[in-house]
Every structure is written in structure tokens, then in C-alpha cells.
Ligand binder design. Structure first.
Ligand code: PGA
Length: 261
């Protein structure tokens, strides 16, 4: 996988937004897999700025969700559907019909998971999937010991993830759902390009384990090692536990600038 060390989260956002803009120049109706959480926000801000500046055209772009809470009422501001509508779909001027997501309100959750996996395939598959990483090494909501071949399914969140996400629920862990629908690791690996963004010291150990550690279900993000086109974009703080940081810097610096990520 390619590891790109950037000075800060804004630079990471700019780099990934440029990759998305370049993809949309080649494939105007590309399906962009988007992630929620704090980390990807600079990507969406940079892409929206490019749209305003006429440097990116998202008019035919499609977006899809990575995961969703189970059991939040429809329209809850912290459901990931609401978050993606607010942070991605509206700022990029996309229509809701260009947006795919799992139904976290379904009575039959297992059927909703199957339906979402099928919908992604019928949409032609994800062209670029943006990922965050949990402090426990999760991608999507594939918590440690998720099957590396897993498909979209219901998962139970770890206590650590519920603690990490309580900040979106007025700091009240009691409001954070226990269950989620997440694209499986096998589903995620079907995207044509995986781009993981991690910023801040709290992610440094998870990043090092994912990039330099053994492939292991204990660190779901290590599954990126199996993907033929995976890019890990980290700021200096998130890169601080990487043994090969100097090698990654030198390799990226030597890359032709036209090549992108
Ligand atoms: P964060 O979440 O970007 O809010 O840190 C990342 C994740 O849990 O995947």
C-alpha cells in the first residue's frame, strides 16, 4: 500500500479531494464511498471548494455510505444518513437519488444488510472508498476480530467505539446505539481504490499496526494490505509510530507529481 505523510489534516483533505476530482474527470458518475466521523470533514470541505472554483464537477457523482447506526429514528441528526446528507450531499449539490445507504430503521436488519450489499453491486461497485480508522483499528464498523471476508451485516460496537462516538451524542454514551450496519471487510475490499485518512496522535498505534503489522482480524484495517490499490494518508502525528516513515516520505517525494495517489 502507499503511505503518504502530509503536514496536517487540511493537506490530507486537499490531496484526497484532488484524487476524487480527478476520478470524476475520468468517470463523471463515479460512485464515491464516504465515511463519517471527524477525520474526513476536510476532504468534503476541499471537494466542495473545488466545485465552487470550477475545478471539480460533482453534478453526476454518486455517493454511498459505509455504515449506519441501527435503531435511531429516521431523520435523527446523528444517523449516518443525516450526517452524509448534511456534510456531503448538500454541500456538493447532489440529489438524494444519487445517494445510497443501508436502512438502519428496517425491521428486518439482516434483509437490509443483504439489500445494501446487492445495491452496491448493482450500482457497479464503489470506485473510491474513503475510510477512517478507529483507535481499535476498525474500518467502517468492523470491530476487532471481524472476518476479513465479511459482507454487510449487523455488528455490535465495542465499548471503546461507543466512548469515542459519545461526543456526537452530547457526551452521553447511553445515547450511542449498541448496534450498527456496516459494509463488511470483504465488501470494502471490492472498491476499486481504498483511501484511508488518519489524523492525530490517538490514531498512531492503530495506523502502525494496520500498515506495518501482520495481517490480522484483530486489526481490521490491516486488510488494506490485501488490496491492489490502497492509499493511507496520515498527518505527522498519526504517522508517529511508523517505523518506515522516512521510507514512505522518500518514496512519495520521488513519485512523479502527475501520478496522484
Ligand atoms: P473519527 O472516526 O474520524 O471520528 O476519528 C474514525 C472511525 O471511527 O472510523
Amino acid at each position: 500500500m502507499e503511505v503518504v505523510i502530509v503536514p496536517d489534516s487540511a493537506a490530507g483533505g486537499e490531496l484526497i479531494a484532488e484524487a476524487m476530482a480527478g476520478l470524476l474527470r475520468q468517470k463523471p458518475d463515479a460512485l464515491l464511498g464516504v465515511a463519517t466521523g471527524s477525520t474526513p470533514l476536510p476532504v468534503y470541505e476541499a471537494l466542495a471548494a473545488k466545485v465552487r472554483a470550477g475545478e471539480a464537477d460533482t453534478s453526476r457523482a454518486r455517493v454511498c455510505q459505509l455504515d449506519e447506526y441501527v435503531g435511531l429514528p429516521a431523520g435523527h441528526p446523528e444517523s449516518y444518513r443525516s450526517v452524509v446528507l448534511r456534510e456531503v450531499v448538500e454541500p456538493l449539490g447532489l440529489s438524494e437519488s444519487a445517494f445510497l445507504g443501508p436502512d438502519g430503521t428496517a425491521e428486518d436488519v439482516a434483509a437490509a444488510c443483504l439489500a445494501y450489499d446487492r445495491a452496491l453491486a448493482e450500482a457497479g461497485g464503489v470506485d473510491l472508498q474513503l475510510l477512517g480508522i478507529g483507535t481499535d483499528g476498525h474500518i467502517g464498523f468492523n470491530e476487532p476480530c471481524s472476518s476479513l471476508a465479511s459482507r454487510t451485516r449487523i455488528k455490535t460496537l465495542t465499548e471503546q467505539t461507543r466512548v469515542d462516538n459519545a461526543r456526537f451524542f452530547d457526551g452521553d454514551i447511553g445515547q450511542v446505539p449498541h448496534h450498527v450496519i456496516t459494509q463488511g471487510i470483504g465488501t470494502i475490499l471490492e472498491a476499486r481504490h481504498l483511501v484511508l485518512l488518519a489524523t492525530g496522535e490517538a490514531k498512531a498505534d492503530a495506523v502502525a499496526l494496520a500498515v506495518e503489522g501482520p495481517l490480522s482480524a484483530l486489526v481490521p484495517a490491516s486488510a488494506l494490505q490485501l488490496h491492489p490499490h490502497a492509499t493511507v494518508v496520515v498527518d505527522e502525528a498519526a504517522a508517529s509510530s511508523l517505523k518506515l516513515a522516512d521510507y514512505f516520505r522518500a518514496t512519495y517525494a520521488a513519485k512523479p507529481s502527475w501520478q496522484g495517489i
